[in-house]
Write a protein that binds this ligand. Structure first.
Ligand SMILES: CC(C)(COP(=O)(O)OP(=O)(O)OC[C@H]1O[C@@H](n2cnc3c(N)ncnc32)[C@H](O)[C@@H]1OP(=O)(O)O)[C@@H](O)C(=O)NCCC(=O)NCCS
Length: 359
């Protein structure tokens, strides 16, 4: 039976770094608190739009697959921070890539969005509807950050990652998956009034910023990600010993450690980059996958577990067996346009909107 396998990969991380000590300069927090509770040291702040980051990551993924934009029939962009609601951010990516043959759609399952997109794309390929699909995760989350809320705003960052998915008749590709949603718990992680539900001009700026009950989300994330990871490994017909690497959503190092314990995986078999980028929502896993390949952490035939949770509250997990190639076929010089602005410069509109003055 035809399966869907990853043949290209790429990432786009904005150059402006927001460190924990930058946060200390205007917020009652500390590097020690943030690192010990989350594992995060820095995050990136983008001076370009979500679709720009997605396009850069996609160009790298296309080059790694040895394809051009004309070869792509579908673009799925996992994002909850699109440049525009109409049209979708995927429409902007399709135009920027010049992918004239491609259909394009955004998918919002928050931090679970990239695994959701991977599974939907694999379904399209297996059914023969599409052959070559770009599956992108891209977020400009700083737009929603209310920096007067120290428990939430320190967690998130901007970035993008992308893969190319193609058909294969060989013994690799997506082996199993689980997608889930518990919409009754939506209030634990949400933007209360961004959308038709809200006032066109909100009474309170905080109504259009991310609001989260951290301990509730933490507790549920540990359960959801852990249990779903175990189930997809079983569904793939594998034992825990057969898992070569866990590439988890990077939201909190303690949640990742708990998931690894459920799979009985030692830390060497868990990919972590949360210290460098924080939580980039739908982008964390394709960025982490790209870095795992760049660092030689993936070998041909490896069984990879992906696992995520996020707003909804949603969760997703999948097992994918890597194909024969870990080297890119070609490389791309796609890069961010130069910017002189620091991360704090880029946050000034947030400070103005949410009514916060740097100390
Ligand atoms: C947000 C999170 C790090 C908070 O950690 P926690 O150990 O649960 O901390 P609590 O929320 O119980 O707060 C503990 C104390 O730290 C304080 N605190 C919160 N943020 C702080 C910060 N950035 N710096 C310093 N102190 C902080 C709180 O005010 C609280 O103080 P108090 O006891 O005096 O009231 C943790 O709950 C978490 O990671 N949850 C999951 C969030 C997540 O991953 N969301 C994304 C989903 S995709």
């Amino acid at each position: 039976m035809t399966n869907a396998t990853i043949t290209g990969w790429g990432k786009a991380l904005p150059p402006s770094v927001l460190s924990n000590s930058d946060l200390e300069s205007f917020m009652d927090t500390s590097d020690e608190w943030i690192v010990s509770r989350t594992g995060i040291k820095e995050r990136r702040i983008s001076h370009v739009e979500t679709s720009d980051m997605a396009t850069i990551a996609a160009r790298h993924a296309l080059a790694a697959a040895g394809l051009t934009a004309d070869d792509i029939d579908l673009i799925i962009l996992a994002t909850c921070s699109p440049d525009t609601l109409i049209p979708s951010a995927a429409a902007h990516v399709q135009a920027k890539l010049g992918a004239r043959r491609a259909a394009a759609v955004d998918l919002n399952a928050a931090c679970s969005g990239w695994i959701y997109s991977l599974v939907f794309a694999a379904g399209m390929i297996r059914s023969g509807i599409h052959r070559r699909v770009l599956v992108i995760g891209a977020e400009k989350l700083h737009y929603y950050m209310d920096f007067s809320d120290r428990s939430t705003s320190v967690l998130f960052g901007d970035g993008a990652g992308a893969v190319v998915l193609e058909p294969t008749d060989e013994d690799h590709g997506l082996l199993s998956s689980e997608l889930g949603m518990d919409g009754e718990t939506a209030g634990y992680l949400c933007i209360p009034s961004y959308g038709t539900i809200g006032d066109r001009v909100p009474d309170e700026p905080s109504e259009v910023g991310v609001r989260m009950d951290g301990p509730e989300v933490f507790r549920r994330a540990v359960t959801m990600m852990g249990e779903a990871s175990v189930r997809v490994v079983e569904e793939a017909g594998l034992d825990f010993d057969d898992v070569d690497i866990l590439i988890p959503h990077q939201a909190n190092q303690r949640i990742i450690d708990a998931t690894a314990r459920r799979l009985k995986l030692p830390s060497e078999q868990v990919f972590l980059n949360i210290h460098a980028y924080g939580n980039t929502s739908a982008a964390t896993i394709p960025i982490a996958l790209t870095e795992a390949i760049e660092q030689g952490r993936i070998s041909p035939g490896d069984n990879i577990v992906f696992a995520a949770f996020g707003a909804g509250l949603s969760w997703a997990a999948a097992v994918l067996r890597w194909g024969p190639r870990v080297e890119p076929i070609e490389t791309s010089d796609a890069a961010f346009p130069p910017s002189e602005r620091t991360a704090l410069d880029l946050l000034q509109p947030n400070f103005d909107f949410f009514g916060l003055e740097p100390r």
